[in-house]
Design a protein around this ligand. Sequence first.
Ligand SMILES: [Zn+2]
Length: 373
Amino acid sequence: MQIFFVKNIKQRQILGILVLFFSLFLNSDLLSQTSFKVVLDAGHGGKDPGKHSGKYYEKNIALNIVLLVGKKLKKNEVQVIYTRKSDVFIELKERGNIANDAEADLFVSIHCNAHHTQAYGTETYALGIHANERNFEVAQQENAVIFLEDDYHDKYEGFDPNSPEAVIGLTLMQEDYLDQSLLVASYVQGNFRNNLNRTDRGVKQAGFVVLFQTSMPSILIETGFITNVNEGEYLNSKSGQEEVAQAIYDAILSYKKHLDDNVVIEEIPVLVSATNDQNKKSRIFKGVDFKVQIASGKKKLSLESYNFKGLKGVERGKIGSYYKYYYGKSSDYDEILKDQEKVKKQGFPSAFIVAFKDEERIQVSDVLNSDKN
Ligand SMILES: [Zn+2]
């Protein structure tokens, strides 16, 4: 009996060690599979100082903040990839390449604003059509760096940063990640506003070339105006940079948690969408399926209506590593507009229309501008 008992303990110990070993092994395996990768992009660098005002240089402030955010993230087992870690010049396209090669989950570009007035406050951008002159101006300033690059004309396919229209073609490329990008952006602005008492100039959209280069949720943060007497001093100070970095770090973790929690649906800011006020004739496109995209996320959700605020008949698709959730299906653009209205009222304010041909995603604008048949 006693021998059996001892043996039993030994067996238990061996079993225990085995369990421990396998659970560690499994955990680390699981961790590496699900590890969250963030690309941190310090704006400008090297021969491109970005904005500067007196002794304040955007490239230095952006880099300091980026390094602080990275340090915090690494402590939290988030994988961090930097586009630059020192004062070097990196082309916009290369920044995107770094992010895409890393297959990152999120791209965060950090900048400072400047203005000839004493304007102040923070704003966070996702790629989109600039809704007003000021948003365009900000994007134009950030895009101007391509003039410092060799062969920029070839590299950016003739893109002209000074043309407000040039950007429209670009914006659709990030459409798949728009809802996620806007969500992270709203976390960042929320933290600036609530935790730091900074002036919140809002979540915005404009045509930033650096955001167009990436195929993942991507945001660009204008951390404040170095041309404002107080804000410039704050952004250039150690304590200011530490605070800003903390707010950005917290926002990234909130976003990660949001993904981990498998909650793909959340209220995000309502945005002005591009209008297509064409003549009021029928807009039926044979062979094209329009759908309303209501959500997207990395986790696979069951299509039960309780996952979609009571909406029935939701369809799921997959693009890259993202599951997409669609509602409605019609080759009549006006029918899908009605569906879009319906789901917006149902609690998906950022729902947008997508188009498919032979199961392939195509650009809605291309369809609308094409000849119907
Ligand atoms: Zn900048």
